[in-house]
Design a binder for this molecule. Structure first.
Ligand code: AHR
Length: 321
């Protein structure tokens, strides 16, 4: 890459987002997890659009949920000599060897939407993620308020086993309900962030409960699993959104559709635009040597039925997820 030209272009574009000529020559590889959820598909769509805005040559490798595919993709990006690698790590552990290879090849790595084990902290440049403990906490605190003083059996649908966001959202929710002995998590199992598994696991919870009548609330680590759980509850003759409270994470259009129909209660938004801030960090790093903060935190926002879910659905539905 012609760094001199890149530098000059960055100076010319000044305080504006340095897209166009300044970023033209960058090639970035993205090891994406797969398309397990609507949110994930949206992240891929938004990443492509953000790359296009900045004239970045963007290569996406879909790992179909498998860490070994992600490792293979990273090695291939290293062999191609890309300027940077984005990684959405399916699980938190097992990355150090391949990230060390990237570091030795002087290719900066940016984590998107999930973290890795702290032992790998020196092996990536920055992580663009939300505070996923906070997301779980917000969900738990919302439920505490919604339930009031009545006793409430909660069932939990966890994300992918070993994923940082699954562990954090569990921990945060437990913090959110801590000190409220009337709320109890009675069952908790992974639904792997997918609609199909969310439905399947919810069916098993309902069966184990002898019909689901003692389930007061469902907490799901993402909206897709909740959409599956809502289906399972309806098929079992339960009324999600009224008899059974729901709270989940992502804020994808379909959960707003369910909220507008009175079948879901709350969601915590996770922006699908993780790549935009990551591109900007890499452009500044490559052009001016600006080291980004170790954590670029994205915002989280709670939505409930009071937020005009139909209007939110209309505003989000064309975003491609
Ligand atoms: O890492 C972010 C999570 O991964 C999203 O909440 C979930 O939908 C996705 O699959």
């Amino acid at each position: 890459m012609n760094f001199k030209a890149l530098n000059a272009a960055v100076v010319i574009c000044g305080a504006l987002v340095c897209s166009g000529a300044g970023a033209k020559e960058l090639t970035i590889g993205f090891s994406q997890i797969g398309s397990e959820s609507g949110w994930r598909a949206a992240e891929t769509t938004v990443s492509k659009a953000e790359a296009k805005k900045r004239n970045i040559n963007f290569k996406i490798a879909d790992a179909q949920q498998k860490q070994e595919n992600q490792i293979r993709a990273i090695r291939s990006f290293i062999a191609q000599g890309v300027d940077a690698i984005f990684l959405a790590p399916v699980v938190a552990t097992g990355w150090n060897a391949v990230l060390r290879e990237a570091k030795e090849a002087k290719i900066p790595v940016v984590l998107l939407d999930r973290d890795i084990d702290p032992s790998g902290k020196d092996l990536y440049l920055t992580a663009v993620t939300s505070d996923s403990v906070h997301e779980g906490k917000v969900a738990g605190e919302w439920l505490v308020k919604a339930v009031g003083s009545k006793s409430c059996n909660v069932v939990e649908l966890q994300g992918t086993v070993g994923a940082s966001v699954a562990a954090n959202r569990k921990k945060g929710f437990e913090q959110g309900i801590a000190g409220h002995a009337n709320l109890k998590i009675v069952r908790s199992q992974t639904g792997d962030f997918t609609r199909a598994k969310g439905k399947e696991v919810m069916e098993s919870f309902i069966k184990a409960d002898g019909g689901g009548k003692s389930i007061c609330a469902v907490y799901a680590h993402n909206d897709d699993m909740m959409v599956g759980a809502i289906q399972a509850m309806k098929e079992a003759g339960l009324k999600p959104g009224s008899d059974v409270l729901t709270v989940s994470i992502d804020a994808v259009p379909d959960i707003f559709k369910a909220m507008a129909a009175g079948e879901a209660n709350a969601t915590v938004e996770l922006t699908p635009d993780m790549a935009g801030p990551a591109f900007d960090a890499i452009i500044a790093y490559k052009a001016k040597g600006t080291t980004p903060p170790k954590w670029i935190q994205t915002a989280s926002k709670l939505y409930t039925g009071a937020d005009n879910p139909q209007a939110v659905y209309e505003s989000k539905k064309d975003l491609g997820y």
